[in-house]
Design a protein around this ligand. Structure first.
Ligand SMILES: Nc1ncnc2c1ncn2[C@@H]1O[C@H](COP(=O)(O)OP(=O)(O)OP(=O)(O)O)[C@@H](O)[C@H]1O
Ligand SMILES: [Mg+2]
Length: 620
C-alpha cells in the first residue's frame, strides 16, 4: 500500500530538464506561434525603449540642462513623451497576448486530459487517486501555461534587457562596461544561492499546505466519525504539528527573501560606486556627467533581470515536472478499446454465455476461475452470496468495464470483444450499489438516461419507477436540486431516481447492484415495483440483498469464491437445504420478521400488509 501511495507523491521539481518534454511543451503552443512571436517582439521593443530612456536622460542633462539649450530640451521632452506612449501601448499588447494565450493553452490541455480520461478503463481509476488526477487538470496545466507565457516573456525580457544595456554601455564607454561585466558573475552566483534556498523553503511549505488541506478535508467530511470516536484532541494535535511545520518553512522563506534584496543592492552599489569613481576620474579627459548618470541607470536596469533569472529557471524546472505528469496521463493507453474489426450486432437481446471465464484485478489474486453460465433471453438472474466473493465482478465483466483474462463472453453467439464498446454500453441500463447522481435538478438527473427525452417521458418513467410520489412532495418537484452527488436525497430516493433513469433509457439488458443499506418498507416496495417494470421481458442481472427481489428471480446463483455454489429458483434451493437455505434461515427470515414486527410497532398499516404478503409468498 505504502509503495503505491509513494508513486503518486508529488515530485515538485525535476533535477534535469528533459529536452523531449520541452519540445512537447512547445508543441502545445505551436498553433499559436503568431501570439508568441507577438509578445516576444513587443517585450523586446519595450526593453529597447526603456534602455533608450537612459540615453535620452543623458542628452537632457548634457545638452539641455548643462548645455542650456532650451529648444533641444523641449524637443527631447517631446521625444520622451512619445516613447512613453509607445511603451504603454506595447505593454498593453504583451499583457493581452500572454493572458489570452495562457488561457487557450490551459483550455487545450484540460480538454485533452478530460477527453482522454473519459476513454480510460476502470482499472486505471482503481489504481489512480482522484486527487492526483485533479491536480493534473488544474495546477499542472496552469503551471505549463505560465511557463509558455510569462516564463518565456521573462526570459526574452532578461536576454534583451541585458544585451541592450551592454550594447548601449559599450557605445558610451567600453572601459566602464568591462568594470560592470566583472561584477555580473558575482551577482548571478549570489542570486542563485538565495533563490534556490528560498524555493526549497517555499516548496516545503507548499507540501505542508497540501497535507493540511488533505487533513482538513478528511476532518470536515468525516466530522461525524471524528466526533463519534472522539478523536478531536488527537486530530487537533496532528493538525498543530502540520501547521507548525508550515509556519517554520514559511518563516525561513520570508527571512531569506528579506536578506536577498539588500544583498543584491549592496553588489549593485559596489558596481555603481566603481563606475562613478572610475568615470569621475575620466571627467577631465572628456567623460560627461550625463554619461556617468546613464551608466548608473544601466546598471540598475540590468540588475532586475539578473536577480530574477534563478527564479525563472526554478519555475521552468517546476513546469517541466508538471508537464511530465500531464504527458504521462495523456500517454496512458486505454486498456479496453474497440477491436479493429468490431461489428455492431444491432441488439443485445438473446442468449448470454460465460464460457470458462477467468478474471483477476491483481495478477496473483484470482477472483473468477473457470466461470460458466448460460442465461436465456429475458431471464432474471439474482446473484447472492457472501461479501467480496465476486458478484460485482461478474456484472462488471458483463458490462465490459473489465474484460475476461481468459475464456469468453458470448452474446447471441458472438464474442462480445468483437463488438464496439458503444454497442454494448448503450444497450445496458445500470443501477449501481451506490447510485450516482450529478449536481443539478431531479429532471436533469433522470434525463441522463436518454438525453432527448421530453418532460412527459421523464414523468412517465418516474411514475413507472415509483419515484413520482416522493418527487411531487418536494418544494420544487422535478426542478428540485439534488446537491453534489445527490446528498440532499436519501439512499432510497437516489435508487428510485436511478431506476427512473434506467427505465427512461429503455435498455435491452438491465443490471442492478442492490444497496445493502436498508430502506423503509414502503420505499422498498416502491423500488420493487420499479424493478418489476424494468425487468419485465428483459434479461436482467441483479445482485440481490432483499428477499423480495431474490424471490422474483427466475434463477438464483449463490456465488462463493468466484464460483457458482448453487443455482435454482427460491423454492428449489429451499428444498435442497444447502447454502441458500442457510442464508435464508440465518438472514432473510430474520430480516423479514424484524420488518414485520417494526411495521406493527409503528402502526403503519400499509407496511404491515406488505410484510405480511411477503411472509406468505416465501412459503412460511
Ligand atoms: N477494483 C478492484 N481492484 C482490486 N481488487 C478488487 C477490485 N474490486 C474488487 N476486488 C476484489 O475482488 C474480489 C471480489 O470483489 P467483488 O466486488 O466482486 O465482490 P462482491 O461479491 O460484489 O462483494 P459485495 O457483496 O461486498 O459487493 C474481492 O476480493 C475484492 O477485494
Ligand atoms: Mg459488490
Amino acid at each position: 500500500m505504502s509503495s503505491e501511495v509513494n508513486q503518486f507523491e508529488e515530485q515538485e521539481f525535476t533535477t534535469q530538464i528533459n529536452r523531449g518534454t520541452v519540445i512537447r511543451i512547445l508543441a502545445q503552443v505551436r498553433p499559436y506561434w503568431r501570439w508568441v512571436l507577438g509578445f516576444m517582439v513587443s517585450i523586446s521593443l519595450v526593453s529597447v525603449i526603456e534602455a533608450s530612456f537612459n540615453i535620452l536622460s543623458m542628452q537632457i542633462i548634457d545638452e539641455g540642462i548643462i548645455g542650456g539649450n532650451r529648444e533641444t530640451l523641449i524637443s527631447l521632452f517631446i521625444q520622451y513623451g512619445l516613447r512613453m506612449f509607445i511603451l504603454a501601448c506595447l505593454v498593453y499588447v504583451f499583457i493581452i497576448l500572454c493572458g489570452q494565450l495562457g488561457e487557450r493553452v490551459q483550455y487545450d490541455m484540460r480538454k485533452k486530459m478530460f477527453q482522454h480520461m473519459q476513454t480510460l478503463s476502470f482499472s486505471y481509476f482503481d489504481r489512480t487517486p482522484v486527487g492526483w488526477l485533479m491536480s493534473r487538470v488544474t495546477s499542472d496545466s496552469s503551471r505549463i501555461s505560465d511557463l509558455v507565457t510569462w516564463g518565456m516573456l521573462d526570459v526574452t525580457w532578461a536576454v534583451v534587457n541585458i544585451t541592450t544595456a551592454l550594447l548601449f554601455m559599450f557605445t558610451i564607454n567600453w572601459q566602464l562596461t568591462l568594470v560592470v561585466m566583472a561584477v555580473l558573475p558575482v551577482l548571478l552566483r549570489i542570486a542563485a544561492w538565495f533563490q534556490v534556498r528560498i524555493l526549497v523553503q517555499f516548496r516545503d511549505s507548499r507540501k505542508m499546505n497540501s497535507k493540511i488541506t488533505g487533513a482538513l478535508n478528511e476532518n470536515i467530511t468525516g466530522v461525524r466519525v471524528v466526533k463519534a470516536v472522539r478523536r478531536e484532541e488527537k486530530n487537533l494535535e496532528e493538525f498543530n504539528e502540520l501547521t507548525g511545520g508550515m509556519y517554520r518553512s514559511a518563516f525561513k522563506a520570508a527571512w531569506l527573501s528579506a536578506l536577498f534584496l539588500p544583498a543584491v543592492q549592496m553588489i549593485s552599489a559596489i558596481a555603481v560606486i566603481s563606475v562613478i569613481w572610475i568615470g569621475g576620474l575620466q571627467v577631465p579627459t572628456g567623460m560627461s556627467i550625463g554619461a556617468i548618470q546613464a551608466f548608473v541607470a544601466y546598471i540598475v536596469f540590468m540588475m532586475w533581470p539578473v536577480q530574477d533569472m534563478a527564479r525563472v529557471y526554478a519555475q521552468m524546472q517546476q513546469a517541466v515536472a508538471s508537464a511530465e505528469r500531464v504527458f504521462a496521463l495523456l500517454d496512458t493507453p486505454a486498456e479496453i478499446v474497440d477491436r479493429p474489426n468490431a461489428k455492431d450486432p444491432g441488439t443485445l437481446r438473446g442468449e448470454i454465455v460465460f464460457e470458462n471465464v477467468e478474471f483477476y484485478y491483481e495478477k496473483d489474486k484470482p477472483v473468477l476461475k473457470d466461470f460458466n453460465l448460460t442465461v436465456r433471453a429475458g431471464e432474471t438472474i439474482a446473484l447472492v452470496g457472501p461479501t467480496g466473493h465476486g458478484k460485482s465482478t461478474i456484472v462488471n465483466l458483463m458490462c465490459r468495464f473489465y474484460e475476461p483474462r481468459g475464456g469468453r463472453i458470448l452474446i447471441n453467439g458472438q464474442d462480445y470483444l468483437d463488438m464496439p464498446l458503444h454497442a454494448i454500453h448503450s444497450r445496458i441500463g445500470m443501477v449501481l450499489q451506490t447510485p450516482h447522481l450529478f449536481s443539478g435538478t431531479i429532471r436533469e438527473n433522470i434525463r441522463y438516461g436518454r438525453l432527448n427525452a421530453t418532460d412527459e417521458e421523464i414523468e412517465t418513467a418516474a411514475k413507472l419507477a415509483g419515484a413520482h410520489d416522493f418527487i411531487i412532495t418536494l418544494d420544487k418537484g422535478y426542478d428540485e436540486q439534488v446537491g453534489e452527488g445527490g446528498v440532499l436525497l436519501s439512499v432510497g430516493q437516489k435508487q428510485l431516481l436511478s431506476l427512473a433513469r434506467a427505465i427512461l433509457a429503455d435498455p435491452e439488458l438491465f443490471i442492478m447492484d442492490e444497496a445493502t443499506s436498508s430502506v423503509d418498507t414502503l420505499t422498498e416496495s416502491l423500488i420493487q415495483q420499479g424493478m418489476d417494470t424494468i425487468m419485465e421481458g428483459r434479461t436482467s442481472f441483479v445482485i440481490a440483498h432483499r428477499l423480495s427481489t431474490i424471490r422474483k428471480a427466475d434463477r438464483i446463483l449463490v456465488i462463493e469464491n468466484g464460483k457458482i455454489a448453487e443455482m435454482g429458483s427460491h423454492a428449489e434451493l429451499i428444498r435442497q437445504k444447502g447454502h441458500y437455505y442457510d442464508l435464508y434461515t440465518n438472514q432473510f427470515k430474520q430480516e423479514l420478521e424484524a420488518k414485520y414486527t417494526k411495521a406493527i410497532e409503528t402502526g403503519e398499516y400499509e407496511a404491515v400488509v406488505i410484510a405480511q404478503e411477503e411472509k406468505q409468498a416465501t412459503g412460511d
